[in-house]
Write a protein that binds this ligand. Structure first.
Ligand code: TYD
Length: 206
């Protein structure tokens, strides 16, 4: 089962994935956590260009290709093999980030984003998407406190608001796939919600 976590900056995906992984492992389940972009040596090199090279003026269209390239490599060498071994894969972001950030935030063509996504992931798409919804003001303030600002975090508040709305629209369009959690709740409250959602989804699948 492939579970993707989505959300804006500072929404706490990483923390929740870590807690969920521990919880599922304590139940004897085999879990792999992965991060996009990254997760392979090629992905890490692409991640460095996309997030750390603030000196580069990377076009929106180029971002679509680079995020998709990292994803294509990861799906084939890490994600698909793990799923074939029966693992539960928890993914920090997925192609839905490209839909929200590049498609809506950067106003890149939907056709381009969908076509590259199709080539990159094929039929390895999430079985469940958990959206940690948070206002960009709060999320970005958290990131600034942690001194973890990357090239995309530095975008305008307007950009991040568009990304948030894009996520909420995606979730609204496919309520069977998406679950929306208030990312401004406490870590413990979010953890409990995530656990309940995932346990239910696993029972339905098995
Ligand atoms: P990261 O440091 O992993 O932050 P976060 O904890 O917010 O996920 O940075 C990933 C950044 O890349 C984040 O700003 C969102 C952006 N991104 C895209 O713009 N498109 C994508 O397809 C992906 C996967 C990420």
């Amino acid at each position: 089962m492939l579970i993707a976590f989505e959300g804006g900056e500072g929404s706490g995906k990483g923390t929740q994935i870590c807690l969920l992984k521990q919880c599922l492992e304590s139940m004897g389940l085999d879990v792999l956590d992965i991060v996009e972009p990254g997760g392979t040596d090629v992905g890490k090199a692409i991640r460095d260009i996309l997030l750390n090279r603030k000196d580069l003026d990377i076009l929106g269209i180029t971002e679509v290709f680079l995020f998709s390239a990292s994803r294509a490599q990861q799906i084939r060498t890490v994600t698909r093999p793990a799923l074939d071994q029966g693992k539960i894969v928890l993914s920090d972001r997925s192609f839905y980030s490209t839909y929200a950030y590049q498609g809506v935030g950067r106003r890149q063509s939907t056709e381009l984003v969908e076509t590259l996504t199709d080539f990159a992931v094929g039929d390895t798409t999430p079985d469940l998407v958990i959206l940690l919804d948070i206002s960009p003001e709060i999320g970005l303030a958290r990131k600034k406190d942690q001194n973890e600002m990357n090239r995309l975090d530095g975008e305008t508040l307007r950009f991040h608001k568009k990304v948030r709305n894009a996520y909420l629209t995606l979730a609204e369009m496919d309520p069977k796939l998406w679950r929306v959690i208030d990312g401004e709740a406490s870590i413990e409250q979010i953890q409990a919600r995530v656990k309940a959602i995932v346990i239910k989804a696993l029972k339905i699948q098995s």
